[in-house]
Design a protein around this ligand. Structure first.
Ligand SMILES: [Zn+2]
Length: 301
């Protein structure tokens, strides 16, 4: 069984989900928002053509979604583990089920954690990895399931470089997710992370930092640490100099810095990163991963 055939399978099932999600959205039901453009291109191979063309009834669609979600999870469960190494990013008891913006600790050292969201991503993830390696720094990457599926090789590179991995959901939804949709967003990503890289993680970062759309609640219930940030670069729209200023004015020991390596053009982030690291080093900061940050906080309290 080759990867390619598996992913072709996955694509078909996910396309079906996309269609069902789009149809449900039109019917006013909250499910992950997926571009409806997929409807036209894949109807013939999904068997959903009838459902679409005949003004679908939501009561008929809902079991269909659940059926397909189940099929997707079964499919991931059947994927062969693509690595022999297992790697667990756990969090100390006191942070399980909690939301973390930064940590306090009694150590005199200044420590700070760089985090990168929305990858793995073509080009910029590699550029970030290169810069981090050059400066001998470990960071934490909050990855999306969809991008792990599309760029699994890059995920493996992040792991091989020794960085920590957190779950950032499957499809980055901002809208309300009911409990089963929220579970799917988190569990499906976790399953694929494990299958592709042997990674298990108890770190979760909700898309957009939203704590009230169902995802964070599920993450807390399942003993993840919900990891936010104390220093937002705003690199999703800020220029190099502006994002540097944003981070530096909020930098503090025990803090967590939000950056992005994926999800769009991150060239400003890549340009700013060496300067950011150099400046923080000059201010006396040591860089740690989020699991390390939480461990240090737990040990020194
Ligand atoms: Zn994000």
């Amino acid at each position: 069984m080759t990867d390619l055939s598996l992913f072709a399978w996955q694509r078909r099932i996910s396309m079906s989900l996309f269609i069902a999600a789009g149809v449900s959205f039109m019917a006013g039901v909250s499910v992950p928002l997926i571009p409806l453009v997929n409807q036209r291109t894949v109807t013939t191979e999904t068997g959903l053509e009838q459902q679409q063309q005949s003004e679908p009834n939501i009561l008929e669609i809902t079991p269909l979604i659940e059926q397909q979600q189940h099929a997707y999870q079964q499919l991931i469960a059947k994927l062969p583990l693509q690595t022999e190494k297992e790697l667990t990013f756990s969090v100390p008891d006191q942070f399980q089920g909690k939301t973390v913006y930064k940590v306090g600790f009694s150590n005199k050292d200044k420590i700070i954690a760089l985090t990168f969201d929305d990858g793995p991503w073509p080009k910029t993830t590699n550029e970030v990895l290169y810069i981090l390696k050059k400066h001998n720094i470990k960071a934490t990457f909050f990855v999306l399931g969809t991008n792990v599926k599309n760029y699994s090789g890059r995920l493996k590179q992040i792991v091989e470089h020794g960085h920590a991995i957190g779950n950032h959901s499957w499809s980055h939804p901002y809208t309300y997710q009911n409990p089963s949709a929220a579970a799917l967003e988190i569990d499906r990503t976790e399953d694929l992370l494990y299958k592709t890289s042997g990674v298990k993680t108890s770190l979760f970062r909700p898309p957009g930092g939203f704590l009230n759309n169902g995802l964070a609640a599920y993450a807390r219930k399942t003993n993840h640490a919900v990891v936010l940030w104390s220093s937002d670069s705003r690199d999703y729209y800020a220029s190099e100099q502006k994002l540097l200023n944003n981070v530096l004015k909020q930098a503090q020991s025990g803090g967590i810095i939000l950056l992005h390596d994926g999800g769009g053009d991150r060239s400003e982030t890549v340009r700013a990163l060496p300067k950011l690291i150099t400046e923080l080093k000059q201010r006396g900061y040591k860089f740690v991963t989020v699991p390390e940050l939480l461990e240090i906080a737990a040990d020194t309290k």
